[in-house]
Design a protein around this ligand. Structure first.
Ligand code: BGC
Length: 261
């Protein structure tokens, strides 16, 4: 638990499932006040609000597509109207689909870039504007991936979006460090979430992914949520412009394990 997160106003985009849901609930456990953004899936939201309230936090669900400027502005407004501030912006919403690059349509390319990269930009820009206007030394956390550094055939749009998020975050961190606003990335590896549920249900596919994880197992969303809580807390007060990989070692060239090479 991080004492200073109690009562902080937090927005989590893509909060209705997977990593976003775990992050939102973790901030709830920290007794923060959480705007739960969802796009199409509102089913879990009411139960999440109740769970967060049972921890002594507060929460409100807000529908919105993060690739739309007005939706993102409405999220900031909701944090202001409901909780009187905005201290932590978690740009988590993301999508992916597998398509060999030579067959990737412009439409699919744009969709992934719009949500993963443009969405994170809009969330960062709007949150930073609010923090500047209200003299808040807040923090922005963007959801990147191991694929900000690891190329990923059949997911070129996804990898490009995360590579973009990496330099966007580093640039914003540099730009707003003098204002005391910290901007960081989390780089999850393979995590059990609905985005890849189907893939990990197939034992062969799961074993193949596990063989690329030095720690030998696929991570849990809560193992990413704990990183988000730490990055948002004052324990990370001197940390800006980084990607904190939580990937069981996936980015550390697992094919060299055992002294190969
Ligand atoms: C993707 C997952 C994938 C993992 C490791 C993540 O960014 O969302 O689908 O399993 O990277 O490749």
């Amino acid at each position: 638990m991080y004492e200073d997160l109690r009562g902080k106003s937090v927005i989590v985009t893509g909060a209705s499932s997977g990593i976003g849901k775990a992050i939102a609930l973790r901030f709830g456990r920290e007794q923060a006040h959480v705007v739960l953004n969802y796009n199409s899936n509102n089913k879990p939201i009411q139960a999440m609000v109740e769970e967060i309230e049972s921890y002594g936090g507060k929460a409100v669900g807000v529908q919105g597509d993060v690739s739309e400027e007005e939706s993102v502005q409405a999220l900031i407004q909701a944090a202001h109207d409901n909780f009187g501030s905005l201290d932590v912006m978690v740009n988590n919403a993301g999508i992916e689909n597998e398509v060999p690059s030579e067959k990737l349509s412009l439409e699919d390319w744009k969709k992934v870039i719009d949500v993963n990269l443009t969405g994170a930009f809009l969330g960062s820009r709007e949150a930073i504007n609010y923090m500047l206007e209200n003299d808040i030394k807040g923090t922005v956390i963007n959801m990147s991936s191991v694929h900000e550094v690891i190329p990923w055939p059949h997911f070129v749009h996804y990898a490009a979006s995360k590579g973009g998020v990496k330099l966007m975050t580093e640039t914003l961190a540099l730009e707003f460090a003098p204002k005391g606003i910290r901007v960081n990335n989390i780089g999850p590896g393979a995590i059990y979430t609905p985005i890849n549920e189907e893939k990990f249900q197939d034992p062969e596919a799961r074993a193949s992914v596990e063989s690329m994880i030095p720690m030998g197992y696929i991570g849990k969303p809560e193992e990413i949520a704990s990183v988000a809580a730490w990055l948002a807390s004052s324990e990370a007060s001197y940390v800006t412009g980084i990607t904190l990989f939580a990937d069981g070692g996936m980015t550390k060239y697992p094919s060299f394990q055992g002294g190969r090479g």
